[in-house]
Design a binder for this molecule. Sequence first.
Ligand code: ADP
Length: 517
Amino acid sequence: MDRLFRALDAAPPPRRGGPGPYAAYGVALACIAATFGVRLALDPWLGNGVIFLSFVPTLLVTALVGGATPTFVATFAALIAGEALLPHPVDAVPNSVDAALFAGLGVAIGLGGGRLRRVQAGSEAMSRRVFERQAHLQSILDTVPDAMIVIDTEGIIQSFSPAAEQLFGWTRDEVLGRNVNLLMPAEHAEAHDSYIQRYLRTGEARIIGCPRAVEARAKTGAGVPVQLYVGETDTAGAHFFTGFLQDLTERQASQRRLQAMQAELLHTSRLSALGEMAAALAHELNQPLSAISNYLTGGRRLLQDENPESRALTALDKAAGQSLRAGEIIRRLRTFIATGENEAACESLKALIEEAATLGLVGVRDAGITVVTRWDSEADLVWVDRIQIQQVVVNLLRNAVEAMETSPMRVLTVSTAAGGTSTERGGEDMVEVQVADTGPGIAPEVADRLFQPFTTTKPRRGMGVGLSICRTIIEGHGGRIWVEPNSPCGAVFRFTVPRCAPGLEAPAPAETSGVGP
Ligand code: ADP
């Protein structure tokens, strides 16, 4: 693998086609001329010997440089040059035999050279193809978003991808050749080498092939949560382990955000439920308290007529005072709930609903529900308390999902649209949100008191306060909430909230009738 990666880093094999065919002819002629000159100079000593033989190196060079055809041409040219070197009287027969042998040798060298060049060209093309494939593979690995680290059986890092550099803050050059345990927290770093050795000895895999979430250590020493996948390979007789690491930081952060949001919504919803209950109790207790007060006043009058000095009069006075006090507490409680201030701000309705939908629509895919959204980008910014409106949306979504539990057709449509003008709020522009389902529609027995507390058709799991909380929140924002039949079946819940446009003031606290009945 080391070799492989070194090869990948190396420059591509040069294209060695050698000099072209014409260059080979030039080389051949130059060699023949040079040989001719040298042989001529040595003529006094060599006489008629070693004439054709002296041209053999020329043929070899030409065959190497140009292959078969230039070698045949060079053989022919060498024969002419050889004949020219024979001024001495010679025996024609041996000379012809020498020439014929030389010509045969020339053909053999030419054929051999041609074959050699073909093999050489083939092997160069193959190494180029191998290199290109390796470079392609490397470029893919370099762009894989997961960090990739290759180690050998000693735990020594052999390869470190650009994504790994980004994840750990180390550069490739800094970590290559070092033990991979420098990327682990201390408790694993020490034992890591023994994990590898145990695996090699026993073949018992603990992490290979089983992705798991672990903590890695960045160059800064900070812990990095990652999902680790480990695979193994055998390359060139050596064993390597490849780790792919996915950064979980963002995923964990969004999980934490989601949990915090869930907790916040749950908290608000409990508070609202309490408020609803308190308001309902206040309403119910108001009448008996007034009656108690009236009876006490009447009783006191009767007693005073018969026995003006009775100590019971004082007790009756105190009891009447306490019942008035209880009434005042209840009145204050109702006022507090009715005018409870919200933390309104300019919010994107689409973002707000999408965030709420991550909670409200948990598991809807499994329930076979198709969710359709239609956003009116012209009516997106609204002046609302984000958490409260999200609570309304979650409640409407959950009701819609529950209503479609047994429906053959399951389509949930959430849409926004410019929603007219609120006359109650001084002509302020409103935005309308619609949550439509294809369930059975509103049951007739609850239709006329749907938004009152404790109205429910879900005997076991319903508290019947969800819609009344929605109404309180929406009216607190100066909007309106109502329901209509959907077509062809189901219900459409609609509510309005004030649009947030440049120049619009924050809505004043609503002058509503308060919570509950
Ligand atoms: P809960 O869900 O606890 O019953 P809600 O106030 O949210 O309390 O709802 C009151 C009732 O309104 C429900 O019990 C149900 O009968 C009816 N309801 C609400 N939403 C829908 C809907 N989308 N389709 C049909 N009925 C609905």
